[in-house]
Design a protein around this ligand. Structure first.
Ligand code: AMP
Ligand code: ZN
Length: 115
């Protein structure tokens, strides 16, 4: 989608610190890390938010959580200690980039509840 920063990163038009890529997903380090490990897992398809998943996205959603998350957690060394996944959705959810992304945070003890 034109003028979408994550579409541009997925297309290689904007640089990122990539940690993973396959045909449908890219993951890269967050520009403003909130933990020692902080990467964004991004479908290459422009989906605005988790409220906009369509039936045709079931395989993609499963791929992200079943294949990519465990692999990335292992590659980033946070499987045993644990990590947090965050999927901010819409204004009240704190979403600032309107292209669906899953934050994977780790490397420190997380607090709860979120702000
Ligand atoms: P959210 O508030 O859930 O929409 O998260 C958006 C995240 O994207 C924030 O943590 C930003 O630091 C991050 N971000 C924005 N632009 C970039 C970029 N060009 N490369 C990496 N991370 C980015
Ligand atoms: Zn996009």
């Amino acid at each position: 989608m034109a003028d979408c920063i994550f579409c541009k990163i997925a297309a290689g038009e904007v640089p990122s610190q990539k940690v993973y890529e396959d045909d449908s997903v890219i993951a890269f380090k967050d520009l403003s890390p909130q933990a020692p490990v902080h990467v964004l897992i991004v479908p290459k398809k422009h989906i605005r938010s988790a409220a906009d998943f369509a039936a045709e996205d079931k395989e993609l959603a499963a791929h992200i959580f079943v294949d990519v998350v465990p692999k990335l957690a292992a590659d980033l060394g946070v499987t045993d200690a644990g990590f947090r996944l965050v999927l901010n959705t819409g204004d009240d959810g704190g979403q600032t980039v309107p292209h669906l992304h899953v934050h994977l945070l780790g490397g420190r003890k997380m607090t709860w509840p979120p702000g």
